[in-house]
Design a protein around this ligand. Sequence first.
Ligand code: SF4
Length: 346
Amino acid sequence: MSFSVQLLKWWDDHGRKDLPWQHPRSAYRVWVSEIMLQQTQVKTVIPYFDRFIERFPDIQTLAEASNDEVMANWSGLGYYARARNLLKTANICVESSGAGLPMTPEALAALPGIGESTANAIYSQAYDKPAVILDGNVKRVLTRYFAVEGWPGKSSIHRLLWNKAEQLLPKKRGADFSQAIMDLGATICTRSRPACELCPVSGECQAFNNGTVEKYPASRPRIKISKKSFQMLILTNDEDKVLLERRPPAGIWGGLWSLPADDTGQPVQQRLGINSNALQSLPNMSHQLTHIHMTIQPFIGHTEPGATGVECGPEQRWFARHEWPGLGLPKPVRQLLELHLENSRK
Ligand code: SF4
């Protein structure tokens, strides 16, 4: 029996068929789920997906939304470039065709935030076509099944896996097959202690038959973590509002509202024309991103905009407390506001 026949047979009995993007299965819903799933696990994505779809039920509604609204509904999921790309893609699709997403993998892959594998995942899931997908779960299954050496994130290994995955595709049931191979990776061929005894393709799995499952997939080469220290200012006014600035579109927390910071170079007090003697220093806060260890040195102060010359530019605004939950604030900014402004009220 071929790989696909064995896998589909297993999936019919054991696969996941109740994921929210499967009912109903539309290109729009599959696309949103695939983008959310790019760096996040299924169980984390589900509540975000439900909330996002409730607020933006179709691509037209999403295209009409503001950047802030989309960010607010993404807040907490991280990797915010994904949300910005969703909005950009919605605008491109609605403006160019007035309708939905394109129907070929090539046209899908040309849109912001949709790579080759995500394009195929959408194509396969939304239109029930056989197509190669290579998310983390699938890569793990394939490196073990074919005993492929080398880190799957490396482009030559990725290409090798892609070619091997093409050999396994069925002629029909494209959507089920894509879901089945992802499910196999997520539930049986897991990162640690895979349940090989329950695996439908163990008979042909090279790593299993050689007793070398632990060897695959090869680990990612160690990434270099850089360190970054910068100041952040919590500035309130007499209306009990706090000053926030929109971050530049590219770079850390691109496009999000944040407390004024000096990580772009100029000291923040100097940039805003504030007397630093009036500011109180707060304990440092650490925050870890994938490649960066941050040390944030917060300051707090109180001012009246007119009296101190803090003029708000287009990317600066005073926000009331009840507005914070509606903004896509970076995690340490939200923590600083909650910690220090909540305390200051008591
Ligand atoms: S036999 Fe084990 S290692 Fe091989 S594909 Fe199945 S679960 Fe993965």
